[in-house]
Design a protein around this ligand. Structure first.
Ligand SMILES: C[S@@+](CC[C@H](N)C(=O)[O-])C[C@H]1O[C@@H](n2cnc3c(N)ncnc32)[C@H](O)[C@@H]1O
Length: 199
């Protein structure tokens, strides 16, 4: 029987709960030149990056569109005053001012029609000297068309254009066959970026 979108995400969250935060999140935190120890975890999933940043005494604002994600994080960060959770989408979240934005493997699933306004909101919320770290979907990705929910595939030039007012300190393109977290094979085409806002 075909699994529903919710069932597939639940399977993903089960695996993701066993995972530590991304090493890139450590790099992003070290690169934060703003005075703000405030971070947004965009599409936070099971909250591994949130947990890492909260341990460093960051005030972390974490949101995800999926109620299962927020329920898992609600248990994980129960009564932690450093973490504020919201069930929200990239498109409707009200971004607080912050020094770090983490969007690990999440903006792939943003609404393509509203992407420019979503991105503008994210950039506006970031202080000068603050850091963005996240991934974008490339046009060769298996999920670039016909995926079970909307995705935002972009060319390299389109991704680069998002960072006009930034200093890009890490840029990695992946374009190869590989596995998903739940063991399926697909073509991955992604751009992973860490960048400091300069103006
Ligand atoms: C691959 S998971 C990554 C989770 C987490 N960032 C991590 O690295 O473990 C992508 C997450 O993005 C969330 N997501 C998908 N579309 C979203 C949207 N429009 N707004 C907010 N979150 C979204 C999903 O619910 C999922 O939890």
């Amino acid at each position: 029987m075909t699994k529903t979108n919710d069932e597939i995400w639940r399977e993903y969250y089960e695996k993701a709960l066993m995972r530590k935060h991304a090493p890139r999140t450590e790099f992003a935190i070290k690169s934060n030149e703003s005075d703000l120890k405030v971070a947004i975890d965009s599409g936070c999933g099971t909250g591994s990056d949130t947990a890492y940043m909260a341990q460093l005494d960051y005030q972390v604002y974490s949101f995800d569109i999926n109620p299962d994600s927020i329920s898992i994080c609600g248990k994980r960060f129960d009564n932690d005053p450093r973490v504020t959770l919201s069930k929200a989408s990239f498109e409707n979240y009200e971004h607080p001012k912050c020094g770090v934005i983490i969007a690990n493997a999440s903006l792939f699933f943003a609404d393509p029609i509203q992407f420019q306004s979503t991105w503008n909101k994210m950039v506006t919320s970031l202080e000068k000297g603050g850091v963005f770290a996240g991934d974008f979907m490339g046009i060769n990705d298996s999920w670039a068309s016909g995926y079970r929910s909307s995705t935002t595939p972009m060319t390299k030039t389109e991704v680069e254009a998002l960072f006009n007012n930034f200093e890009v300190i890490r840029f990695h393109e992946r374009d190869e066959v590989g596995n998903t977290a739940i063991g399926k094979t697909k073509h991955w085409h992604t751009f992973s970026v860490v960048a400091i806002k300069r103006s």
